[in-house]
Write a protein that binds this ligand. Sequence first.
Ligand code: GDG
Length: 469
Amino acid sequence: MSRLIVVSNRVNPPNPAEGGEGSVGGLAMALAAALREYSGIWFGWSGKTIPEFTGQLNMQRIEGVTVATVDLEETDYQEYYNGYANKTLWPLFHYRVDLTAYDRSFGEGYDRVNRRFAETLAPLIEPDDIVWVHDYHLIPVARELRRMGITNRIGFFLHIPWPAHQLVVTLPRHRQLVEALFDYDLIGFQTEESLQAFEGYVFSEVQGAKNARGELVAFGRRTCAAAFPIGVDAQDFAEIVKSDNARKTYDRMMAHSVFRKMIVGVDRLDYSKGLEERLIGYERFLHDHPDMRREVMLLQVAPISRDEVEAYQDLRGRLDGLIGRINGAYAEMDFTPIRYVNRSYRRDELAGVYRAAKAALVTPLRDGMNLVAKEYVAAQNPDDPGVLILSRFAGAARQMKEALIINPNSPEEISDALERSLSMSQDERKQRWEALFDNVRREDVTAWRDNFVAALRGRPGPDDEGQQE
Ligand code: GDG
């Protein structure tokens, strides 16, 4: 069988000593599992910067996975990673035009680094390999590989939303970016909504069309685009929740909340996650339900993320203020309404926390999918499950209709959902959870990976007739 080469910005194989997690992010787990199954290489940035780019590969074998990394220059890091990826594409694709930087040097750095990645990767690619590139950092990788004559099947998966046409065209180089996607044989999105937004751009902006085989044709090329909603490893999570560490954490959390129902939030500290809106909704709940105040507490785990980017520092400052205000107004000598933690926990500890929480608040303003929603469901006790409160703007809301779906911009909706979740009958909680868990288990990370890889393998190769039209 052909090998799979996975390309992503960061390469983080899971470390069993840290509860199975290489870094904060469920993606690492999924990709590592994909590679163990298919054998292959995981290629990306080492996370280190050096004075001058050398293109030297560092090959290692970690947890059964061959990992190949390359160091980047400091300017690369600033322009490509902190710049175009995290100050341009991330905010824009999450509908934050107000935070989007349109700096030409960022775009140039982005192209340069993608070229460097492709040049370093190309010698590793063997004729039968299939290549799977991940996320917004690396859109032009296929273009650069094609320029070097690589004809292997190359697929791309976008983990974040593809935004509406009107937003994409605010990018000075939007056409170039979309054209680069047509060098892939397969483009995967999280949701039908993202897929339709992408097709909308192709049809109206570059007069593209769909051919009889359902392929998209534009820029003199054709590709296939489809939705592949990502999932979690539900089985693995259900196992983790039984581990010693998870049980200990669960017991500890329960001991601390004997007289209270714990509500949980777990998010990278990111403006797309709707943390401020969540807290304001919780504040509204405390205000509107004095009788319930002493019955609840909110645990918000929010590991610091992208701290070199100003918008993230600003958010952190605002959250500190907001939490101080709410705790100041509603705390008692023996009660703090919000416990706020800026560090990350081991995956098994997180599983115990999820299980101890009577409700989870997942309130992003925009999110490609949101794995926390699925992990929370996977970690519940089937006999006494908690309630998932989920933003309609998370990709996950398309599949998780039995959650309490809210609009995160409305403090009232958040407050009402909290009230409803805390007073919901056990029967209703079980009914909702069963339907949710069924989906989390069926549309898990293995299904996502296998569906994508099968679709990519099924695309016509360079020797198949009719490839060029
Ligand atoms: C992107 C897209 C899409 C969080 N805190 C800790 C911790 N985490 C883990 C969670 C979860 C992961 O990080 C976060 O995944 P999300 O999906 O919620 O969000 P993003 O990081 O923004 O991911 C998103 C995803 O890619 C996959 O396609 O769903 O829409 O934005 O797994 O558990 N993990 C540990 N300690 C923590 O404190 N160990």
